[in-house]
Each structure stands twice: as C-alpha cells, then as structure tokens.
Design a protein around this ligand. Structure first.
Ligand SMILES: *Cc1c(COP(=O)(O)O)cnc(C)c1O
Length: 364
C-alpha cells in the first residue's frame, strides 16, 4: 500500500464551499444576532423550497425535530409509535423523549427499511403514528406504508435525517407524510458545523405549533402557553446551512456517482451488494453485506480504507431501550452482524474510489 493514500471514512471540513461558509460566519458575527433571527427565517424558506413543501422549522437537532413533531401531534404518554429496529438509536429515543412508546417492526431484508407487513402486524389500539426511516439515503417503501397508515388512520412522520433531497417514486422525502424530520449533524448529506435540525410540513398549523414548542412554548415573549422545549436553530448554523445548500444537488450527484462505481467495480464473492430500489436514493451511506465482516474490515483497513458499521446493535437490543419490552426483529439481528459501510462522500477522489474497489476485491 506504499503508493496508496489513506481513505478516511468521512471528510467534514468545508472544501469547495469554504469561502461561502467563511462569509456566512462573518456576516452573523457582524450582525450581533445569534439565535432565531433573519438567517434562520431565510434558511427555513430556502430549505422548504428545496424539499418542495411550504413550511420548514429550524430546530436544535434531528432528534428534536422528531420529538417536536410528535408532541405537536399530541402524541405522548400512553401512545405507541411504530419504528424500525435498524436506524440511528435517536429515531426511537426521540419517540421516548415525546413520552410515547417505540414499538419495533422488523426491516425488509433487501431494502433494510421498515417492512410494511411487519408494520401492519405491529399495530394495536394504542398506535398513533409510524416513523419510517429513509435509511442510508434510500427511501422506505412509502407506497405500502402510506396505504397501511391511511387504512388505520395513523400519522406518518418521516425520519429523513439521512435522506436530504431523496425522492420516492419522484416524491420528495419528508413531504409524503404529515411531516418530515431532518438532521444537519456534520456527517449528514447537508451538515452544519455543529448541531441542527428541521421539521418540514405542508401543514401551516403544525409548523406554527412546532415553532412554539421549540421556543419554550412561548406565544409572545415571556408568555408560555404550553411546556415547550428549548431547541432552537442558531443563526450561525442557519447561515452556514444557507451557504452550503446550493452545493447539495452537486454533492448528491457525486455520491450517486461513487455508489455506481462501487456497484460496477466490486465483484468479490464475499461481498453482497444491496439492491437500489429507487433512483431517488441519495447514498448517505454505502453499506454492503459481508458474511466475514471482521476479515473484510481488516483487509480494507490494511489497505488504508476506513469503514464503519451502521449499526452494530438493533435499537431494541440497546440497554437504553430495555424498558420498552421484548421485541422480535430477526432480520435486523442478522443484518447488524453483517453490514459494513464503505466511504461515500463528495470529496472522495476517483483514485480513492478505485483504491476502495481494489482493496475490496483482493482475494486473501
Ligand atoms: C442523525 C440521525 C438522527 C438524529 O439526528 P441528530 O441531529 O443527531 O439529533 C435521527 N435519525 C436518523 C436516521 C439519523 O441518522
């Protein structure tokens, strides 16, 4: 590996957008206005437009975006929300933060998102909502999920934290259900230089309620109508996100290009490629299935390629979730033992992509 460079799993420092980010930061410092102001308002309008929906509300994190939507829908103690066992644990933790109980329905073994049949089987008289996750940037099977939810009069809240600009059969994620939750954690496809999140919705009243809840439940200054959270997007992050948003389309194209190169180039019999179900996939991550995962991960590391596991433990198997009851999720149990994420981000060079492919195909 003498001539090979290191291929880090991610590269988070601003690159081609550096001058725009610097200008945004300077603009906020000079303005002397730091929390909930003109930058947040402008970003909300710009991000809503990018998502093809009328309203976006900036909040502190993607987790809070989910929690505040559930609270705005009056979902809380005594209610159940159905969600997949394979995701960032924050999907389910957000349900618990709203006071509701997460109920896990297993994933589809090929798509790795919520299995519609398992979702329907998990519905009880206490179920109020379903929280599908567009995992790794691939939309969940929304046609089936929306139909089941409509039949049972359940709210659909989309966890789109990994799926900025993704579409499901042409429809933008976050706009198919009652609301969508986005994260701007630095590793996400659109990342802040810190924490951030947003709720998108067509429903103006719901947006207004989330705005109130993010700010202590205030109607007017120092007048608190309901016990809200303190989860505001700050001006610095909003300005940085505004600077980066115009690059997102190009960054997404580059992620798709890298994914296509992996699909065309990786032919090791020990690596199973996951099918792409929708051209609207935005490749937040590029997981493969490896029966001998530890060996593959070591082989890639020996050739300078950093990989990560998303995720090593199904959410209901986490000690933090033990109180939510016993859960059956055999597919997620198996996938968590076999899944391995290869580097995929816009700053990867063609040479680095080639290095990943060569290292993955080596026979040992
Ligand atoms: C990142 C992420 C979250 C949480 O977002 P934060 O901004 O880190 O709170 C929720 N769900 C999924 C699927 C995520 O990837």
């Amino acid at each position: 590996m003498s001539e090979a460079t290191r291929v880090p799993f991610n590269a988070l420092a601003p690159g081609e957008d550096r001058a725009d980010v610097d200008a945004a930061i300077r603009r906020v410092i000079d303005s002397g206005w730091f929390v909930l102001g003109p930058e947040v308002e402008a970003f909300e309008a710009e991000f809503a437009a990018a998502c093809g929906t009328p309203h976006a509300v900036g909040v502190g994190t993607g987790t809070d975006a989910i929690t505040l939507v559930l609270r705005a829908l009056d979902i809380g103690p005594g209610d159940e929300v159905i969600t997949p066992p394979l995701s960032a644990a924050y999907s389910a933790l957000a349900v618990m933060m709203a006071g509701a109980r997460p109920v896990f329905a297993d994933i589809d073994p090929a798509r790795l998102t919520l299995d519609p049949a398992a979702f329907e089987a998990a519905i009880t008289s206490r179920t109020r909502a379903v929280l599908p996750v567009h995992l790794y940037g691939q939309p969940a099977d929304m046609t089936a999920i929306l139909a089941i939810a409509a039949r049972h009069r359940l709210a659909v809240v989309e966890d789109a934290a990994q799926a900025h600009l993704a579409t499901s059969e042409g429809r933008p994620v976050g706009t198919m259900g009652v609301a969508g939750a986005f994260s701007f954690y630095p590793t996400k496809n659109l990342g802040a230089l810190g924490d951030g999140g947003a709720v998108v919705t067509r429903d103006g009243e719901l947006a207004a309620r989330v705005k109130r809840l993010r700010n202590g439940g205030q109607t007017t200054r120092y007048h608190h109508q309901e016990p809200g959270a303190n989860s505001r997007l700050d001006e610095m992050q909003a300005a940085i996100l505004r600077a980066r948003l115009p690059y997102l389309r190009g960054w997404t194209d580059r992620r798709r290009q890298i994914a296509a190169a992996y699909r065309a180039g990786i032919d090791s019999p020990d690596i199973l490629m996951l099918p792409q179900f929708d051209g609207g996939h935005v490749y937040h991550l590029f997981p493969v299935i490896a029966r001998h995962r530890a060996a593959l991960q070591a082989q890639l590391a020996a050739h300078g390629v950093e990989t990560l596991i998303h995720y090593p433990v199904p959410i209901p198997r986490q000690p933090a979730l033990s109180a939510t009851g016993p859960h059956q999720c055999p597919v997620a149990d198996r996938i968590c033992g076999e899944v391995l994420s290869l580097p995929v981000y816009p700053a990867l060079t063609d040479a680095q992509v080639g290095q990943v492919i060569t290292a993955a195909n080596l026979r040992t």
